[in-house]
Design a protein around this ligand. Structure first.
Ligand code: COA
Ligand code: AMP
Length: 636
């Protein structure tokens, strides 16, 4: 490992976090500078930059306009699915954001109120997020691919005063009407918003139905025309900027809270030190604003940096073909891009020889960053061979909001070891622990945990649920945050992340909960019991499989086909097509421990062709034996 800039920065970040992060904080403009850098007065709840006040939107927009970047493009919108391309300068984006903030304020939104954003990849989604930040309101963006059950769980927990939505999302194969999902989501929730703001998209317009609703619907454009511009509201560094729900193992999503101060400091630092992107440069993240990668690296980090971001409403393939990314990179002059490995596997599958690169000049590209799931060495080598620039894995999660392990391209680029996201990022004291919480020797696999405190920008807690934060993340190993991933650190300090140790699914870089999919299956009238497991898939990394036990008296032979089809459809309708559940097997019984816990991990191992871990507490081993053949056949 390098003994240079990285080693010095890492050592300082862990041993003198006040100095390290105090210095990083000078890149952010504060209204009142913080009085404390690391506030350790209430462990295990650590806070950053207490006493400081700022506004995140000011740092992302106003200050750049003030400092002469008004005419620089802040955001390129490129939408092959609607054949629209447009751009917004920093001045234009500021104008839209301050007017939309005025519109929200006109509806009574003030500091601390929640605003839920359920939108496709359109610039208005970014405008809505930044407008909330401007008012000190807390946004909660819900991925547009989620169906009513997922949406309603988020409405219930966040209790938004306003929901901002659009009439449709556009997938290459179809137009997705949002209104039925939005109304379905609100109907199922006890909490109702006071207002819904609807962006009418020309591809599918829709008006509210005749039924009476407790909320008032407003048209995005009409509201904006009459709105006054709103200024920036001063918030505490520790005030929440947003809540982003993520999947745990149960059906109840976890509301990850992001604060204002730590977030701004960490993202600004990461942009130059990890991603090597500087003010004025163009950066392309192909993800969705509904995921953490979209929050951090489509919206906040590039704008906090004064860089130019690209919002891409399309896919790596099929819109129109595997040249999509190369076109974007060359057309806008992107210096680096970021996406999930699955996207590169999709391109590899369509265009293994990279012929579609012809005619696109991507020589300005310095790095391609991949995260969201494990970067398998095959995909790494393929991408590396065709790209002629560095392909850089980085590991993190919704909870952290920015990388835990990375190759720090701007600080101290290091040799890349395929299969590893490289080293611990400054601020993260990552350790590998065994079952009793002892440190594993270098090279030995265990649970990856991070010694507290976590660095700025990471979750301070779960939304209004300190207890769940502690029980879900901090209670397994005293003094550590449990990442939920297993892996090792090698002799050179490189981290290897092998996969989740819990039942969280990762399908095409989308994090999904087994619990939500199980809840959808269990709601079918013929199902007595069910389990969902994530099995290995060459393309999507993982895909879910469902196993169901039917209620007594149902003839599986005669009814099986119908029930299986209905179950697949139920998951699409409740959770979303993004769950990608295609295979449901009807089985006689599910393997359990004597206390009734379903042995999902054992089934997963069998499906993946691994030697299964069979706990001594298994209730009836013959149940597992009977499932072996079924599990061995995954439809890919
Ligand atoms: N709204 C509505 N539906 C959506 C959606 C959205 N935003 N995103 C995906 N879906 C639907 C898809 O249309 C598909 O429906 P189908 O079953 O009817 O075909 C289904 O959900 C599964 O989608 P996906 O897993 O994305 O598979 P895909 O075959 O459509 O595309 C990739 C595969 C690799 C091209 C795509 O997953 C991709 O671009 N991945 C990049 C990963 C990424 O962005 N990760 C986010 C974190 S970095
Ligand atoms: P999400 O919260 O959606 O970002 O998902 C986080 C999870 O995705 C992590 O806990 C890992 O299991 C997985 N993950 C993300 N990035 C990587 C990576 N670079 N290598 C391996 N796994 C990853």
């Amino acid at each position: 490992m390098s003994n240079g800039a990285y080693a010095t920065a890492y050592e300082r970040s862990i041993n003198d976090p006040d100095a390290f992060w105090g210095e990083a904080a000078t890149a952010i403009e504060w209204i009142t500078p913080p009085t404390t850098v690391l506030d350790a007065s209430r462990p295990p709840f650590y806070r950053w930059f207490t006493g400081g006040t700022l506004n995140t939107c000011f740092n992302a927009l106003d200050r750049h306009v003030r400092d002469g970047r008004g005419d620089q493009v802040a955001l390129y919108y490129d939408s092959p699915v609607t054949e629209v391309k447009s751009s917004l300068t920093y001045a234009a984006l500021l104008d839209q954001v301050s007017r939309f903030a005025g519109a929200l304020a006109g509806l009574g939104v003030t500091k601390g109120d929640r605003v839920l954003v359920y939108m496709p990849m359109v610039p208005e989604a970014v405008v809505a997020m930044l407008a909330c930040a401007r008012l000190g309101a807390v946004h909660s963006v819900v991925f547009g691919g989620f169906a009513p059950a997922e949406l309603s769980a988020r409405i219930e927990d966040a209790k938004p005063k306003v929901i901002v939505s659009a009439t449709c999302g556009i997938e290459p194969s179809r137009t997705i009407a949002y209104r039925p999902m939005l109304e379905g989501g609100i109907d199922r929730s006890e909490h109702k918003p006071e207002h819904v703001i609807m962006l009418q998209r020309p591809q599918l317009t829709s008006e509210p139905g005749p039924q009476a609703h407790p909320w008032v619907e407003h048209d995005w454009h009409a509201l904006l025309v009459s709105a006054q511009q709103a200024g920036c509201v001063e918030v505490a560094a520790t005030d929440p900027l947003y809540i982003l729900y993520t999947s745990g193992t149960t059906g109840r999503p976890k509301g990850i809270v992001r604060d204002n101060g730590g977030h701004a400091v960490a993202l600004r630092w990461s942009m130059e030190n990890i991603y090597d992107i500087h003010p004025g440069e163009v950066w392309f993240t192909a993800s969705d604003v509904g995921w953490v990668v979209g929050h951090s690296y489509i919206v906040y980090a590039p704008l906090l940096t004064g860089a130019t971001t690209i919002l891409y409403e399309g896919k790596p393939v099929g819109t129109p073909d595997a040249s999509a990314f190369w076109r974007i990179i060359s057309e806008y002059g992107a210096k680096a891009m970021f996406t999930a490995p699955t996207a590169y596997r999709a391109i590899k599958r369509e265009d293994p020889g990279g012929e579609k690169m012809a005619g696109h000049d991507i020589s300005g590209l310095r790095n391609v960053f991949l995260a969201g799931e494990r970067l398998d060495p095959d995909t790494y080598h393929w991408a590396n061979d065709i790209l002629h620039c560095e392909v850089v894995d980085n590991w993190w999660q919704t909870e952290t909001g920015w990388p835990i392990a990375a190759n720090l391209r701007g600080l101290d680029p290091m040799p890349i070891k395929p299969g590893s996201p490289s080293v611990r990022v400054p601020g993260y004291d990552v350790q590998v622990l065994d079952e009793v919480g002892a440190l594993c020797d270098r090279g030995n696999e265990g649970a990856i945990a991070i010694r507290l405190p976590l660095p700025p920008g990471t979750l301070p807690t779960l939304w209004q649920d300190d207890d769940r934060y502690v029980s879900g993340y901090l209670s397994v190993y005293e003094g550590y945050y449990l990442t939920g991933d297993g892996g090792l650190i090698d002799e050179d300090g490189y981290v290897y992340v092998m996969g989740r140790t819990d039942d969280v699914l990762n399908v095409a870089g989308h994090r999904l909960s087994t619990g939500s999919i199980e809840a959808a299956l269990a709601g079918h009238p013929d199902v007595a019991e069910c389990a969902v497991i994530g099995v290995a898939d060459d393309f999507k990394g993982q895909i879910p499989r469902g196993l169901v036990v039917l209620k007594g008296g149902i003839d599986a032979q005669a009814e099986g086909e119908r029930i299986r089809k209905e179950l697949v459809q139920r998951v699409r309708d409740e959770v979303g097509a993004v769950a990608s559940l295609k295979q449901v097997d009807i089985v006689a019984a599910l393997p359990k421990t004597r206390s009734g816990k379903i042995l999902r991990k054992t089934m997963r191992e069998l499906a993946d062709g691994k030697v299964p871990t069979i706990p001594g507490t298994i209730e009836d081993a013959s149940v597992l034996d009977a499932l072996k053949d079924t599990l061995a056949h995954t439809q890919h």
